[in-house]
Design a protein. Sequence first.
Length: 388
Amino acid sequence: MIPQISRVIQITAVCGVVSSVLYYLLCLWGAAKFLREQKAAGEGVQALPPISILKPLKGTDPEIYESFRSHCLQDYPEYEIIFGVNDPNDPAIDSVKELQREFPVRRIQLVVSPQILGANVKVSNLAQMLGEARYDHLIVNDSDIRVEPDYLRRVTASLADSRVGLVTCLYRGVAGATLGSRLEALGISTDFCASVLAARQVERGIRFGLGSTLAFRRADLEKIGGFASFVDYLADDYELGKRIAGLGLAVKLSEVVVETYLPSYRVREFFAHQLRWARGVRDARAGGYFGLVFTFGLLWALLAVAASGGAPWACGVLVFMLLIRLAVGVIVGWSVLGDRQVLKQAWLIPLRDLVAVVVWIGSLGGHTVTWRGDRFKLKKGKLTRMAP
């Protein structure tokens, strides 16, 4: 009986290894296509419409001022930056005021929106900030995003095509001092962005947005019901992209890569953040999320080694799996995203992948998420605030 169970486990593990290898090859194919597009992208002659950048805030992030400041150094003729908070005593306000003092000629506005329109306070802020925006081309990005001076030019270029409804960007994580922060940065650069590139190949495009950059037209936002239409959803970036794609417009992945500066997470904070992200993806893209079990290559290879009693063929499979996984991490992280820390931290990729399995299993067992200190129940993508 035991040999038969071992045999079944070995066969299952080999199937998992094969599916994982196919997935990694798909990631590499997606990375190669993205690199070709980056190389082919050029300035050309383009319209430069005035832009309103909307940045909802809650609390502070690492190096938040420098991230804000990067938006004031854009090589772009006309744009404004609107920051929004819900709490008039939010600590991020100090950085906004300092920015206004350093860049008095820039149109930098702070909007305090005490009214809470739904469970997602970020989207609630956006709905109220929108009324202060002058322009019809809009960019929303997260408070911890840092950009290069040509960011606006390059991102908005795709919106010159009337068939494109939303432009979004990949991003690389800049880690803090803790192991949790380094693991999250590795996850972004070697796994998450790889999965976006793979999804783009499978679906022949993407139908979602990333919070690193959401560039779109006000008219298209109005057609989907405005920000208020998804003010109770956790994955607001996903919903915006999905709904604009539902208008028959394309969602374009820009060749621009931006940066996000990560906190120095303690262990509890790291797992809370990972669970929030995992459960958000599970609710938004359930089929794809459950399909992740077929991409856990290292887990399947280790299971093959254990079930076979360390047979040479299984050890060979494990070595091969490590090599192809590292190849995906280096090519996506280093070549596509320009993450110069990937090589130094590559030895942590196996640990990061095993932690991801633990998070995936944990995400299946509940519907509670913690977001910026508040606890919510998540059901069908929507948030319900829980009592403290």
